[in-house]
Design a binder for this molecule. Sequence first.
Ligand code: T4K
Length: 369
Amino acid sequence: MENEILVTRSSMPPMKEYVEEIQSIWGSHWLTNMGVKHNKFELMLKDYLGVTALSLFTNGHMALELAIQGMGLTGEIITTPFTFISTTHAIVRNGIKPVFCDINKNDYTMDVSKIESLITDKTTAIVPVHVYGNICNIEEIEKIAHKYKLKVIYDAAHTFGVRYKGQGIGSYGDASMFSFHASKVFNTIEGGAVCYTDEELGKNLYRLKNFGIKDEIEIDGIGANAKMNEFQAAMGICNLKYIENEIEKRGKVDRRYRENLNGIDGISLCHIREGVEANYSYFPVLFDKTLFGIGRDEIYNILKENKIFTRRYFYPLTSCAECYKGQFNPDETPVALSITNNILTLPMYADLSLEDVDRICKIILDSRN
Ligand code: T4K
């Protein structure tokens, strides 16, 4: 609807370019199952992300779920409850118990000082999340993983295009999952990828996303169907041309929010870590009701009355989701519990005008009692 501002808006390439890109699909009649577009996009992406190898998927969730399966993980996985429900579901759907680690107050990523106390003889991996594009404490996580011989799979759904210490973020850990959902910095309508270094894992991923089929006769894995189709890949090929511009424009929106909201009592903004080239995927704001005078949910409603639709990403904690009722105790992750009750993600997309950013901030600041 006109005048509405949603939390984000899909980036689209010029329609003409997409139509040109999909024209050859009509000629070939090859629509899916690792076709020409899929293979071309895979190579382009590998190059752009600066990773050794990657496998494309129909969405980010299946990419993560099958990465966990492809590594043959079992038992328990240490992860964060402050994420989109997909991260936890991907673990549980593999028959593995998620063990929730608390998060840091400043960047909402896993508190690495709490990981070791959660390791048991059943732990096989750590699945941290680079939430909102904030990079986890990679160095410490890898030290712990090395010490206890655990695998590390990063949920990097929010970090497309992010570089850390000059290296593509997907090159850290045993694997990293990216999401290319319509609501992400970079989209293939729906889509995802797993970046990896181990060739064996690559072979497993290829089979698992295609029913476990090895060849025309042999089916040696219990796989899913999670392939990226040709139209998704074509969208990726077109959108990839604009990604740098996309991130630059988001950077301007991010700076404008900060100019308006920095240093206000009762408002905390995320800091971008040293060494990180950010992608500005979300703009989270943490409210302290006592200091700001009004709480997160009231601000959400006031903005909504003004047709500005923010989101409470990520509320509730995944450990509190109805489907996991009674299984986990959120009091064991007190920082995550406090953040989830007070955080609001403001609208963020490349074409959000700076005037609209000013207006959103004014409404927030004027809402104080
Ligand atoms: N791990 C993490 C940490 C994730 O955040 C996600 C996904 C995943 C794993 C799984 O990856 P995928 O399997 O999705 O690839 C959305 C997205 O559906 C989801 O991809 C995303 N995270 C999550 C944070 O947000 P909803 O239920 O909030 O989406 P929805 O439909 O309310 O859309 C949000 C806004 O996006 C809309 O207000 C407007 C905009 N939008 C949405 C759609 C569908 C568009 O501009 N165009 C569109 O086509 O979950």
